[in-house]
Design a protein around this ligand. Structure first.
Ligand SMILES: [Zn+2]
Ligand SMILES: [Zn+2]
Ligand SMILES: [Zn+2]
Ligand SMILES: [Zn+2]
Ligand SMILES: [Zn+2]
Ligand SMILES: [Zn+2]
Length: 303
């Protein structure tokens, strides 16, 4: 879907089908391997029978969808299309539900949007470089200082994706997956925390790993960019570590009754008063909150 170069690379090696919004491909590719298509609304401009035939595959064949949408596209629309194609694939193959493998090329900063729509998608740390795009590459003067921000989101287990060691990736035993070499494993967080390839550092006050250039703001209780930081505006964008809601930080949480708050001058955990963790990792949370996990999302109830 919208990845013509990949199709031209694969078409003589594997079975491949191109769905793209550029009509010019019809001049090179027959109806058996191309359909004019809008992935924002899952619309086929030509007869879609050849594509349906392509989806019809035997058990031994593995089908995967690669999509490379324009980065301005709304993630809801792309997700909707991917779900429709998955349903179509399952119907044609008379399967109740199979996880049709998906690779979605998109910038890492859209990870939350993608996760919200499709919680089964994880981000692979491989940096995609576009040779025909100045901003999304690691080559040339205008390239971004930590390389391309473009990544691959997939429902394929990340441990199956072996990233090349010679291109600056490593295998992390604790996480059981490949990641950028500079992305150091944090034992406290139990993960290789970096999403942009920079080496993060663990902030003890936040009790989480943060970008290296971030500074800790004691009144916001979080690390953030130094430039243009306004506490009240910043706090209105945060999720509370106590009740999970957006719009305030823990010291202003009305759901968590004030009487329970330990008076620790905002240094330690507001639930128990200890200094070696923050509220998210407090062992006493269960006394005050019930957390429900469903489809990759957590909702928090105050008891
Ligand atoms: Zn790790
Ligand atoms: Zn950490
Ligand atoms: Zn911090
Ligand atoms: Zn602040
Ligand atoms: Zn709150
Ligand atoms: Zn605590």
């Amino acid at each position: 879907m919208g990845a013509p170069r990949l199709h031209f690379h694969l078409r003589h090696k594997l079975q491949s089908f191109l769905l793209d919004l550029d009509e010019r491909f019809a001049g090179y590719l027959g109806p058996g391997e191309f359909c004019l298509y809008n992935m924002c609304n899952n619309h086929f401009f030509y007869n879609r029978r050849p594509f349906e035939k392509f989806l019809d595959c035997s058990n031994s064949e593995h089908l995967l969808i690669v999509t490379d949408p324009p980065f301005g596209c709304r993630t809801e629309l792309i997700s909707h299309t991917l779900r429709s194609l998955r349903r179509l694939h399952n119907r044609i193959n008379q399967l109740p539900s199979t996880p049709l493998s998906i690779f979605w090329i998109y910038p890492y900063y859209s990870a939350n949007h993608i996760k919200q729509e499709m919680p089964e998608m994880d981000m692979c740390d491989y940096r995609i470089n576009y040779t025909n795009h100045l901003r999304y590459t690691n080559v040339g003067r205008q390239s971004r200082f930590c390389g391309s921000p473009v990544r691959m989101f997939t429902n394929v287990p990340l441990r199956l994706l072996r990233l090349p060691l010679e291109e600056g990736y490593k295998y992390c035993q604790d996480c059981d997956c490949y990641t950028a070499k500079e992305n150091l494993h944090c034992s406290r967080c139990g993960t290789c925390p970096s999403v942009n390839g920079q080496t993060y550092r663990h902030c003890d006050h936040c009790d989480t790993c943060v970008k290296p250039n971030y500074v800790h703001c004691p009144s916001c209780r979080r690390c953030t960019q130094r430039e243009g930081h306004t506490c009240s505006f910043y706090q209105s964008k945060q999720h509370c570590w106590l009740c999970g809601e957006k719009g305030h930080i823990e010291s202003n949480c009305s759901k968590f009754r004030n009487s329970k708050l330990k008076r620790t001058k905002d240094k330690g955990c507001l639930i128990c008063g200890k200094h070696n963790h923050r509220e998210r990792r407090c062992n006493h949370r269960r006394k005050y909150f019930r957390e429900l996990h469903f489809m990759g999302e957590t909702s928090i109830q105050c008891l």
